[in-house]
Design a protein around this ligand. Structure first.
Ligand code: NDP
Ligand code: BG6
Length: 515
């Protein structure tokens, strides 16, 4: 198994040319290859890896879906998605055509064993033709209801185990991993019947973002932050994952999910774990995942009472965004949404971590669609200076803000003396910008994670117990939401969510940062 230490050392170099050794020759099978994720993210990410020599010289990609398509049609759709969605710095007509030649397509129904036999023969044929050594990566990018069937069919077709002693077979499972604790446990049981845990890569694309990984580098690669990273110096933490987009064309999925399942259970709790975890013994899958799960287990479980007081949910109504005054449709009028839908598009919560490092330090988290800015930010708000030497000055507290996206960077605010005779202070910031320091062309989160999977590094993927611990936390929230019908809509599109979310902090004498 390769170590991520190597990766982190290279993370400081511009991403134009990777110095990571290429992965083993292998075949990547994408289930749901005709879909949105495959087109917008997976195929462009695989092309980016090929263009950066991170794929082995010999590789093959098989798209599998029900839609009938020839190899050529799939190759053409791949060229189109590379042109549209791949990182411009890797765009190269010749390379793109060469990449497309490695693509094949198998059409089939998931409940037909013959379809998996067809897939198996195609795999064997490509294995022989390109000497791929039987290494296989299966990527589940269908709606989640289909995952159990695909896993069982792979098992029955004898595709879940490696075909020879020197090869590997791995499976990447997209989020959402279940829709509550019981279904996640059931899925884990189905998975382990066919695959061994080290073969399973449960993906959360947030962990592939360079800025999310940089949070670990900031904390554990520097000597100056970690001593302050605790209840003695930190007043509270704010985590915001705000989107300007509405539900777009994903109502069929979103109506059954909502913001709690879609964002809190996965991305927001992942960020919370990384901010709060103890230093791992090493940067490897076991050590990092052991520390992350301890945080999920230390978060105070939500009760009916604390859900009422510490969680705010919302749904957007019609409104407009600051840059665009035309009226945006309310959620209930979006295509495919029920006119009386009670699905939440916004959640804010006060999360308490009951351990020695964080006792008494609230983590306020929020996420929502149709908010004024697209921004994902982690803000560490430090305590006030214990004694105010500069009388008459109204001093704010120091903030360390990690901007995960879109203006990737880190800034720290502190006070400086204004020039002049008088002792007047002003809050200033020291900024580090990814764009300014390293230029553009950062690697997509999907490229990082697929590459890690091909190299057998599961550090940035979730373990079965991690997924279940996250569901265990949100399960009571989902049950309570189900039992108590909300008064929706309760925030206008283009605003920062319901007023109750402001009150969540105001009652603690705090305020949301303006990201
Ligand atoms: P799509 O709805 O586009 O579905 C992908 C493909 O699955 C479709 O093209 C379709 O292909 C097939 N499919 C659809 N319904 C069924 C069904 N009932 N039975 C069998 N196959 C079906 O999904 P996405 O591509 O958006 O997402 C795929 C997975 O990735 C989902 O689990 C999603 O939650 C997850 N995900 C998606 C993200 C995104 O940005 N899109 C982001 C993060 C996670 P065909 O009809 O040809 O078989
Ligand atoms: C996905 C959610 O996992 O993450 C989407 O299903 C959300 O609803 C998306 O829009 C946000 O990802 P990113 O990388 O754009 O912040």
């Amino acid at each position: 198994m390769t170590s991520r230490k190597h990766d982190v050392a290279n993370a400081v170099e511009p991403a134009k040319k990777s110095s990571i050794s290429p992965a083993d020759p292998c075949t990547i099978v994408i289930f749901g290859a005709s879909g949105d994720l495959s087109r917008r993210k997976l195929v462009p990410a695989l092309y980016g890896l090929a263009a950066q020599n991170c794929l082995a010289r010999r590789f093959a990609i098989i798209g599998f879906a029900r839609t009938p398509m020839t190899d050529e049609a799939f190759q053409q759709s791949a060229v189109d998605s590379v042109k549209k969605f791949a990182d411009a710095s890797t765009a190269n007509e010749g390379q793109c055509k060469e990449f497309a030649h490695a693509l094949a397509y198998v059409a089939g129904e998931y409940h037909h064993p013959e379809a998996f036999e067809k897939l198996k023969s195609r795999l064997e044929e490509l294995d022989r033709a390109h000497k791929l050594n039987g290494n296989r990566l299966f990527y589940l990018a269908t709606p989640p209801e289909v995952y159990p069937l695909i896993i069982e069919q792979l098992h029955k077709a004898g595709l879940a185990k490696h075909p020879n002693g020197k090869s590997w077979v791995r499976i990447v499972i997209e989020k959402p991993y279940g829709r509550d604790l019981a279904s996640a446990q059931k899925l884990n049981q189905i998975v382990v019947k066919s695959f061994d845990e080290p073969q399973v890569y449960r993906i959360d694309h947030y962990l592939g973002k360079d800025t999310v990984q940089n949070l670990l580098v900031l904390r554990f690669g520097n000597g100056i932050f970690e001593p302050l990273w605790n209840r003695n110096y930190v007043d509270h933490v704010q985590i915001t994952a705000a989107e300007t987009l509405g539900v777009e064309q994903r109502a069929a999925f979103y109506e059954t999910a909502g913001a709690t399942r879609d964002m809190i259970q996965s991305h927001v709790l992942q960020l919370t774990s990384l901010v709060a975890m103890e230093p791992p013994a090493a940067f490897d899958a076991t050590a990092v995942r052991n520390e992350k799960i301890k945080i999920l287990q230390s978060i105070r479980p939500f009760t009916e009472e604390s859900i009422k007081s510490d969680i705010v949910r919302g749904q957007y109504g019609p409104g407009s965004t600051p840059g665009n005054t035309s009226l945006l449709t309310g959620y209930r009028k979006e295509p495919g949404v029920k006119p009386n839908s009670t699905t939440e598009t916004y959640v804010a919560a006060k999360v308490q971590i009951d351990n020695w490092r964080w006792a008494g330090v609230p983590f306020y988290v929020r996420t929502g669609k149709r908010l004024p800015n697209r921004v994902t930010e982690i803000a560490i708000q430090f305590r006030r200076a214990p004694h105010l030497v500069f009388r008459g000055q109204n001093l704010s507290t120091n903030t360390l803000a990690l901007n995960i996206q879109p203006d990737e960077g880190i800034s720290i605010s502190f006070h400086a003396k204004l020039p002049g005779q008088e002792m007047k202070l002003k809050t200033v910031t020291m900024d580090f910008s990814y764009q300014k320091e390293f230029g553009g062309g950062e690697r997509s989160a999907y490229a990082t994670l697929i590459n890690d999977c091909m190299r057998g590094d599961a550090t940035l993927f979730d373990r079965a117990d991690g997924v279940e611990a996250a569901w265990a936390l949100v399960n009571p929230i989902l049950e309570s939401f189900e039992a108590h019908k909300p008064r929706f809509p309760n925030y206008a599109a283009g605003t920062w969510g319901p007023h109750e979310a402001d009150k969540l902090l105001e009652r603690d004498d705090r305020h949301w940062r303006k990201p």
